[in-house]
Design a protein around this ligand. Structure first.
Ligand SMILES: Nc1ncnc2c1ncn2[C@@H]1O[C@H](COP(=O)(O)OP(=O)(O)OP(=O)(O)O)[C@@H](O)[C@H]1O
Ligand SMILES: [Mg+2]
Length: 373
Protein backbone atom coordinates (compact mmCIF):
# COMPACT_ATOMS: atom_id res chain seq x y z
CA UNK A 1 0.00 0.00 0.00
CA UNK A 2 1.37 3.37 -1.03
CA UNK A 3 1.62 6.15 1.57
CA UNK A 4 0.27 9.61 0.73
CA UNK A 5 3.72 11.02 1.38
CA UNK A 6 5.11 8.82 -1.41
CA UNK A 7 2.91 10.48 -3.99
CA UNK A 8 3.96 13.80 -5.43
CA UNK A 9 0.42 15.05 -5.90
CA UNK A 10 -2.32 12.89 -4.38
CA UNK A 11 -5.69 13.24 -6.10
CA UNK A 12 -8.38 15.46 -4.58
CA UNK A 13 -10.33 12.56 -3.02
CA UNK A 14 -7.19 11.55 -1.12
CA UNK A 15 -6.07 15.07 -0.17
CA UNK A 16 -9.53 16.06 1.03
CA UNK A 17 -10.70 12.65 2.29
CA UNK A 18 -11.56 14.11 5.73
CA UNK A 19 -13.76 16.79 4.25
CA UNK A 20 -15.53 14.32 1.97
CA UNK A 21 -16.27 12.16 5.01
CA UNK A 22 -17.71 15.14 6.93
CA UNK A 23 -19.93 16.02 3.96
CA UNK A 24 -21.09 12.43 3.59
CA UNK A 25 -22.25 12.51 7.18
CA UNK A 26 -23.91 15.88 6.79
CA UNK A 27 -25.64 14.66 3.67
CA UNK A 28 -27.48 11.61 4.94
CA UNK A 29 -31.05 12.63 4.26
CA UNK A 30 -30.55 14.82 1.22
CA UNK A 31 -31.69 13.84 -2.25
CA UNK A 32 -28.94 12.75 -4.62
CA UNK A 33 -29.00 12.08 -8.35
CA UNK A 34 -28.75 8.36 -8.95
CA UNK A 35 -25.19 7.07 -8.77
CA UNK A 36 -23.82 10.17 -6.96
CA UNK A 37 -21.83 9.87 -3.76
CA UNK A 38 -22.87 13.30 -2.47
CA UNK A 39 -25.88 15.54 -2.94
CA UNK A 40 -25.57 18.63 -5.17
CA UNK A 41 -25.66 20.79 -2.03
CA UNK A 42 -22.75 18.93 -0.50
CA UNK A 43 -20.79 19.18 -3.77
CA UNK A 44 -21.17 22.99 -3.73
CA UNK A 45 -19.86 23.06 -0.17
CA UNK A 46 -16.91 20.86 -1.06
CA UNK A 47 -15.87 23.19 -3.89
CA UNK A 48 -16.59 26.58 -2.30
CA UNK A 49 -16.01 25.68 1.35
CA UNK A 50 -18.16 25.89 4.46
CA UNK A 51 -16.65 27.32 7.64
CA UNK A 52 -19.24 25.77 9.92
CA UNK A 53 -18.56 22.28 8.61
CA UNK A 54 -14.80 22.79 8.59
CA UNK A 55 -14.59 22.48 4.81
CA UNK A 56 -12.08 24.79 3.16
CA UNK A 57 -12.63 26.96 0.11
CA UNK A 58 -10.85 25.45 -2.87
CA UNK A 59 -12.17 27.17 -5.96
CA UNK A 60 -12.79 30.92 -6.06
CA UNK A 61 -15.97 31.52 -8.03
CA UNK A 62 -19.63 32.30 -7.63
CA UNK A 63 -22.11 29.87 -6.18
CA UNK A 64 -24.35 30.33 -9.15
CA UNK A 65 -21.64 29.24 -11.54
CA UNK A 66 -20.78 26.15 -9.49
CA UNK A 67 -24.44 25.22 -9.13
CA UNK A 68 -24.83 25.37 -12.92
CA UNK A 69 -21.81 23.09 -13.39
CA UNK A 70 -23.21 20.59 -10.90
CA UNK A 71 -26.67 20.57 -12.44
CA UNK A 72 -25.11 19.91 -15.86
CA UNK A 73 -23.56 16.76 -14.48
CA UNK A 74 -26.93 15.47 -13.36
CA UNK A 75 -28.37 15.86 -16.87
CA UNK A 76 -27.81 13.78 -19.98
CA UNK A 77 -25.30 16.31 -21.26
CA UNK A 78 -21.65 16.60 -20.40
CA UNK A 79 -20.00 19.69 -18.89
CA UNK A 80 -17.49 21.60 -21.01
CA UNK A 81 -15.30 24.03 -19.06
CA UNK A 82 -13.67 26.54 -21.37
CA UNK A 83 -11.44 29.51 -20.64
CA UNK A 84 -7.98 31.04 -20.64
CA UNK A 85 -5.06 28.92 -19.43
CA UNK A 86 -4.51 28.83 -15.68
CA UNK A 87 -8.06 29.65 -14.61
CA UNK A 88 -8.41 26.34 -12.72
CA UNK A 89 -10.53 24.46 -15.26
CA UNK A 90 -8.65 21.23 -14.60
CA UNK A 91 -8.69 21.80 -10.85
CA UNK A 92 -12.44 22.43 -10.85
CA UNK A 93 -13.08 19.30 -12.91
CA UNK A 94 -10.97 17.31 -10.47
CA UNK A 95 -12.89 18.69 -7.49
CA UNK A 96 -16.27 17.98 -9.08
CA UNK A 97 -15.29 14.42 -10.00
CA UNK A 98 -13.92 13.78 -6.49
CA UNK A 99 -17.13 15.02 -4.88
CA UNK A 100 -19.64 13.43 -7.25
CA UNK A 101 -18.01 10.02 -7.68
CA UNK A 102 -15.19 9.89 -5.09
CA UNK A 103 -12.76 9.35 -7.93
CA UNK A 104 -11.10 12.03 -10.05
CA UNK A 105 -8.58 9.72 -11.69
CA UNK A 106 -10.62 8.49 -14.65
CA UNK A 107 -8.95 10.98 -16.94
CA UNK A 108 -8.18 11.08 -20.64
CA UNK A 109 -5.48 13.56 -21.57
CA UNK A 110 -6.26 14.97 -24.99
CA UNK A 111 -3.44 15.66 -27.42
CA UNK A 112 -2.72 15.59 -31.12
CA UNK A 113 -1.73 11.94 -30.60
CA UNK A 114 -4.94 10.77 -28.84
CA UNK A 115 -6.42 7.76 -30.62
CA UNK A 116 -9.82 6.14 -30.67
CA UNK A 117 -8.36 3.33 -28.53
CA UNK A 118 -7.36 5.85 -25.84
CA UNK A 119 -10.99 6.90 -25.68
CA UNK A 120 -12.70 3.50 -25.99
CA UNK A 121 -10.62 0.41 -25.23
CA UNK A 122 -7.64 -1.56 -26.49
CA UNK A 123 -6.44 -5.16 -26.15
CA UNK A 124 -3.86 -7.07 -24.21
CA UNK A 125 -2.48 -8.81 -27.28
CA UNK A 126 -1.02 -11.84 -25.47
CA UNK A 127 -4.45 -12.63 -24.00
CA UNK A 128 -6.24 -11.76 -27.21
CA UNK A 129 -4.12 -14.31 -29.07
CA UNK A 130 -4.52 -17.03 -26.47
CA UNK A 131 -8.20 -16.70 -25.57
CA UNK A 132 -9.72 -14.40 -28.16
CA UNK A 133 -11.68 -11.20 -27.51
CA UNK A 134 -12.76 -11.87 -23.93
CA UNK A 135 -13.50 -9.38 -21.22
CA UNK A 136 -10.18 -10.31 -19.59
CA UNK A 137 -8.26 -9.45 -22.76
CA UNK A 138 -9.89 -6.03 -23.08
CA UNK A 139 -7.98 -3.07 -21.68
CA UNK A 140 -10.61 -0.51 -20.72
CA UNK A 141 -10.11 3.22 -21.23
CA UNK A 142 -11.06 5.61 -18.40
CA UNK A 143 -14.29 6.29 -20.33
CA UNK A 144 -15.14 2.58 -20.47
CA UNK A 145 -14.44 2.22 -16.75
CA UNK A 146 -16.48 5.33 -15.93
CA UNK A 147 -19.45 3.95 -17.86
CA UNK A 148 -19.20 0.60 -16.11
CA UNK A 149 -18.89 2.08 -12.64
CA UNK A 150 -21.24 5.00 -13.11
CA UNK A 151 -18.66 7.70 -12.44
CA UNK A 152 -17.44 11.02 -13.77
CA UNK A 153 -14.83 10.84 -16.52
CA UNK A 154 -12.55 13.81 -17.15
CA UNK A 155 -11.43 14.66 -20.67
CA UNK A 156 -8.63 17.19 -20.48
CA UNK A 157 -7.83 19.56 -23.34
CA UNK A 158 -10.38 17.95 -25.63
CA UNK A 159 -9.85 20.46 -28.44
CA UNK A 160 -6.25 19.35 -28.86
CA UNK A 161 -7.49 16.01 -30.25
CA UNK A 162 -8.18 15.62 -33.96
CA UNK A 163 -11.83 16.33 -34.74
CA UNK A 164 -12.67 12.79 -35.84
CA UNK A 165 -11.27 11.49 -32.55
CA UNK A 166 -13.36 13.96 -30.55
CA UNK A 167 -16.39 12.65 -32.38
CA UNK A 168 -15.77 9.17 -30.97
CA UNK A 169 -17.64 10.55 -27.98
CA UNK A 170 -20.83 11.24 -29.90
CA UNK A 171 -22.62 7.93 -29.47
CA UNK A 172 -21.42 7.53 -25.90
CA UNK A 173 -22.74 10.96 -24.98
CA UNK A 174 -26.10 10.56 -26.66
CA UNK A 175 -26.98 6.88 -26.31
CA UNK A 176 -24.87 6.25 -23.19
CA UNK A 177 -23.65 3.03 -24.71
CA UNK A 178 -20.34 1.81 -26.12
CA UNK A 179 -20.14 -0.92 -28.70
CA UNK A 180 -17.44 -3.60 -28.63
CA UNK A 181 -17.95 -5.33 -32.02
CA UNK A 182 -15.36 -8.00 -31.17
CA UNK A 183 -17.49 -9.42 -28.32
CA UNK A 184 -20.19 -12.06 -28.82
CA UNK A 185 -23.39 -10.55 -30.12
CA UNK A 186 -25.26 -10.50 -26.79
CA UNK A 187 -22.34 -8.84 -24.97
CA UNK A 188 -21.44 -6.18 -27.47
CA UNK A 189 -23.10 -3.25 -25.80
CA UNK A 190 -21.60 -1.67 -22.70
CA UNK A 191 -24.29 0.44 -21.08
CA UNK A 192 -23.42 3.35 -18.83
CA UNK A 193 -24.58 3.09 -15.24
CA UNK A 194 -26.29 6.00 -13.54
CA UNK A 195 -23.73 8.52 -12.31
CA UNK A 196 -21.69 8.41 -15.50
CA UNK A 197 -20.95 11.71 -17.20
CA UNK A 198 -18.08 13.58 -18.79
CA UNK A 199 -16.37 16.83 -17.79
CA UNK A 200 -14.23 18.14 -20.62
CA UNK A 201 -11.86 21.10 -20.44
CA UNK A 202 -10.68 23.25 -23.32
CA UNK A 203 -8.28 26.11 -23.46
CA UNK A 204 -9.42 29.11 -25.48
CA UNK A 205 -5.82 29.88 -26.45
CA UNK A 206 -5.44 26.47 -28.06
CA UNK A 207 -6.98 25.29 -31.27
CA UNK A 208 -10.51 26.57 -31.42
CA UNK A 209 -13.46 25.34 -29.50
CA UNK A 210 -15.22 26.61 -32.63
CA UNK A 211 -13.80 23.80 -34.68
CA UNK A 212 -15.51 21.19 -32.55
CA UNK A 213 -18.36 19.55 -34.45
CA UNK A 214 -21.79 20.99 -33.91
CA UNK A 215 -23.01 17.49 -33.06
CA UNK A 216 -20.52 17.17 -30.20
CA UNK A 217 -21.10 20.71 -28.97
CA UNK A 218 -24.78 19.89 -28.63
CA UNK A 219 -23.94 17.09 -26.23
CA UNK A 220 -22.26 19.41 -23.74
CA UNK A 221 -23.29 22.37 -21.65
CA UNK A 222 -20.59 25.01 -22.01
CA UNK A 223 -19.43 27.02 -19.02
CA UNK A 224 -16.70 29.65 -19.22
CA UNK A 225 -14.27 29.82 -16.33
CA UNK A 226 -13.16 33.45 -15.95
CA UNK A 227 -9.98 34.71 -14.28
CA UNK A 228 -10.58 35.97 -10.73
CA UNK A 229 -11.66 39.59 -11.07
CA UNK A 230 -11.57 40.62 -7.39
CA UNK A 231 -7.97 41.40 -6.58
CA UNK A 232 -8.27 40.84 -2.83
CA UNK A 233 -9.74 37.37 -3.42
CA UNK A 234 -6.91 36.64 -5.82
CA UNK A 235 -4.33 37.74 -3.23
CA UNK A 236 -5.92 35.54 -0.59
CA UNK A 237 -5.88 32.55 -2.94
CA UNK A 238 -2.29 33.03 -4.11
CA UNK A 239 -1.06 33.39 -0.53
CA UNK A 240 -3.03 30.36 0.66
CA UNK A 241 -2.05 28.10 -2.24
CA UNK A 242 1.62 29.08 -2.12
CA UNK A 243 1.87 28.56 1.60
CA UNK A 244 0.17 25.17 1.27
CA UNK A 245 2.79 24.23 -1.36
CA UNK A 246 5.60 25.32 0.97
CA UNK A 247 4.13 23.24 3.73
CA UNK A 248 3.85 20.15 1.52
CA UNK A 249 7.43 20.63 0.33
CA UNK A 250 8.72 21.05 3.91
CA UNK A 251 9.95 24.58 3.17
CA UNK A 252 9.71 26.71 6.34
CA UNK A 253 9.05 29.99 4.49
CA UNK A 254 5.81 31.93 4.05
CA UNK A 255 4.64 34.33 1.39
CA UNK A 256 3.89 37.50 3.35
CA UNK A 257 1.34 40.21 2.53
CA UNK A 258 3.85 42.60 0.96
CA UNK A 259 5.16 40.06 -1.52
CA UNK A 260 1.67 38.83 -2.29
CA UNK A 261 0.56 42.38 -3.05
CA UNK A 262 3.50 43.08 -5.38
CA UNK A 263 3.05 39.81 -7.23
CA UNK A 264 -0.71 39.70 -7.58
CA UNK A 265 -1.19 43.39 -8.42
CA UNK A 266 1.50 43.09 -11.10
CA UNK A 267 -0.13 40.01 -12.61
CA UNK A 268 -3.55 41.60 -12.43
CA UNK A 269 -2.49 44.88 -14.05
CA UNK A 270 -0.56 43.26 -16.88
CA UNK A 271 -3.37 40.77 -17.51
CA UNK A 272 -6.09 43.41 -17.58
CA UNK A 273 -4.05 45.98 -19.53
CA UNK A 274 -4.83 48.66 -16.95
CA UNK A 275 -3.17 49.85 -13.74
CA UNK A 276 -5.13 50.25 -10.51
CA UNK A 277 -5.21 54.00 -11.14
CA UNK A 278 -6.56 53.51 -14.65
CA UNK A 279 -3.33 53.97 -16.62
CA UNK A 280 -3.00 51.86 -19.78
CA UNK A 281 -0.55 48.96 -19.44
CA UNK A 282 0.65 47.01 -22.45
CA UNK A 283 -0.16 43.33 -21.89
CA UNK A 284 2.40 40.64 -22.67
CA UNK A 285 1.60 37.73 -24.99
CA UNK A 286 1.87 35.14 -22.23
CA UNK A 287 -1.20 34.58 -20.08
CA UNK A 288 -0.58 36.07 -16.65
CA UNK A 289 -2.86 33.64 -14.86
CA UNK A 290 -3.44 33.12 -11.16
CA UNK A 291 -1.94 29.64 -11.54
CA UNK A 292 1.25 31.26 -12.91
CA UNK A 293 1.34 33.71 -9.99
CA UNK A 294 1.29 30.77 -7.58
CA UNK A 295 4.12 29.04 -9.40
CA UNK A 296 6.21 32.23 -9.47
CA UNK A 297 5.74 32.60 -5.70
CA UNK A 298 6.54 28.96 -5.05
CA UNK A 299 9.67 28.96 -7.22
CA UNK A 300 10.84 32.16 -5.49
CA UNK A 301 10.46 30.48 -2.11
CA UNK A 302 12.38 27.41 -3.20
CA UNK A 303 15.13 29.62 -4.56
CA UNK A 304 15.41 31.52 -1.28
CA UNK A 305 15.32 28.38 0.83
CA UNK A 306 17.79 26.24 -1.08
CA UNK A 307 20.24 29.11 -1.47
CA UNK A 308 20.36 29.85 2.21
CA UNK A 309 18.04 32.79 2.75
CA UNK A 310 15.61 33.07 5.59
CA UNK A 311 13.08 35.14 3.66
CA UNK A 312 11.82 35.37 0.10
CA UNK A 313 13.33 38.45 -1.58
CA UNK A 314 11.73 40.71 -4.17
CA UNK A 315 14.68 39.96 -6.47
CA UNK A 316 13.59 36.31 -6.55
CA UNK A 317 10.05 37.38 -7.35
CA UNK A 318 11.35 39.56 -10.20
CA UNK A 319 13.54 36.76 -11.60
CA UNK A 320 10.72 34.25 -11.64
CA UNK A 321 8.22 36.79 -12.91
CA UNK A 322 10.41 37.43 -15.95
CA UNK A 323 10.80 33.67 -16.51
CA UNK A 324 7.06 33.24 -16.40
CA UNK A 325 6.03 36.30 -18.46
CA UNK A 326 8.59 36.12 -21.26
CA UNK A 327 7.90 32.93 -23.13
CA UNK A 328 6.33 33.71 -26.42
CA UNK A 329 7.51 37.03 -27.77
CA UNK A 330 10.92 38.66 -27.26
CA UNK A 331 9.18 42.05 -27.46
CA UNK A 332 7.49 41.23 -24.17
CA UNK A 333 10.60 42.08 -22.19
CA UNK A 334 10.28 45.69 -23.41
CA UNK A 335 6.65 45.73 -22.31
CA UNK A 336 7.55 44.41 -18.90
CA UNK A 337 10.32 46.97 -18.59
CA UNK A 338 7.89 49.74 -19.53
CA UNK A 339 5.51 48.48 -16.87
CA UNK A 340 8.19 48.74 -14.18
CA UNK A 341 9.34 52.15 -15.41
CA UNK A 342 5.95 53.73 -15.76
CA UNK A 343 3.70 52.04 -13.25
CA UNK A 344 5.84 50.50 -10.51
CA UNK A 345 8.39 53.36 -10.38
CA UNK A 346 5.69 55.92 -9.90
CA UNK A 347 3.98 54.15 -7.08
CA UNK A 348 6.28 55.51 -4.42
CA UNK A 349 4.98 53.69 -1.37
CA UNK A 350 5.05 50.42 0.53
CA UNK A 351 6.65 47.52 -1.22
CA UNK A 352 6.71 49.21 -4.63
CA UNK A 353 9.94 51.27 -4.30
CA UNK A 354 11.80 48.15 -3.29
CA UNK A 355 10.14 46.16 -6.05
CA UNK A 356 11.33 48.70 -8.59
CA UNK A 357 14.87 48.56 -7.23
CA UNK A 358 14.79 44.76 -7.45
CA UNK A 359 13.73 45.01 -11.11
CA UNK A 360 16.60 47.36 -11.82
CA UNK A 361 18.95 44.66 -10.60
CA UNK A 362 17.67 42.24 -13.26
CA UNK A 363 19.86 42.22 -16.35
CA UNK A 364 16.95 42.50 -18.79
CA UNK A 365 14.87 44.99 -16.87
CA UNK A 366 17.62 47.37 -15.64
CA UNK A 367 18.66 50.68 -17.17
CA UNK A 368 15.21 52.28 -17.35
CA UNK A 369 14.66 56.04 -17.39
CA UNK A 370 14.34 56.16 -13.59
CA UNK A 371 17.20 53.84 -12.78
CA UNK A 372 20.31 55.16 -10.99
CA UNK A 373 22.94 56.24 -13.49
N1 LIG B 1 -10.72 30.62 -9.45
C1 LIG B 1 -9.73 29.88 -8.95
N2 LIG B 1 -9.92 29.13 -7.85
C2 LIG B 1 -8.94 28.36 -7.34
N3 LIG B 1 -7.70 28.27 -7.87
C3 LIG B 1 -7.42 29.02 -8.96
C4 LIG B 1 -8.42 29.84 -9.55
N4 LIG B 1 -7.87 30.43 -10.65
C5 LIG B 1 -6.62 30.00 -10.74
N5 LIG B 1 -6.33 29.16 -9.72
C6 LIG B 1 -5.01 28.54 -9.57
O1 LIG B 1 -4.90 27.67 -10.68
C7 LIG B 1 -4.44 26.39 -10.26
C8 LIG B 1 -5.01 25.30 -11.12
O2 LIG B 1 -4.78 25.53 -12.46
P1 LIG B 1 -5.31 24.53 -13.57
O3 LIG B 1 -4.17 23.75 -14.08
O4 LIG B 1 -6.50 23.80 -13.08
O5 LIG B 1 -5.75 25.58 -14.68
P2 LIG B 1 -6.33 25.30 -16.12
O6 LIG B 1 -7.41 26.33 -16.33
O7 LIG B 1 -6.69 23.89 -16.28
O8 LIG B 1 -5.10 25.66 -17.06
P3 LIG B 1 -4.73 25.09 -18.51
O9 LIG B 1 -5.71 25.73 -19.46
O10 LIG B 1 -3.35 25.62 -18.73
O11 LIG B 1 -4.84 23.61 -18.47
C9 LIG B 1 -4.90 26.28 -8.83
O12 LIG B 1 -4.11 25.39 -8.12
C10 LIG B 1 -4.77 27.71 -8.34
O13 LIG B 1 -3.45 27.96 -7.93
MG1 LIG C 1 -5.97 22.33 -17.54
Amino acid sequence: MRKISDIQRPSAEIRFADELAILKDWDQNRAKPEGWKLSPQAVVRFVLGDDQLGVQEKFVGTRRFIERCIVSLATQRGLMLIGEPGTAKSYLSELLAAAVSSDSTLTIQGSAGTTEDDIKYSWNYALLMSEGPTERALVPSPLYTGMQRGGIVRFEEITRCPLEIQDTLLSVMSDRVLMVPEFKSDERLVFARPGFNVIATANTRDRGVNEMSVALKRRFNFETVHPISDISLEMELVQRETNALFEEAGVPLRLDERLTEALVVTFHEIRSGKSMSGKAVESVSTVMSTAEAVSVAFASGLHAYYFGQTQIGLDQIVDNLVGSAIKENPEDIKRLKAYFDHVVAERKRGVWTEFYEAAKGHHDLGRGPHSPK
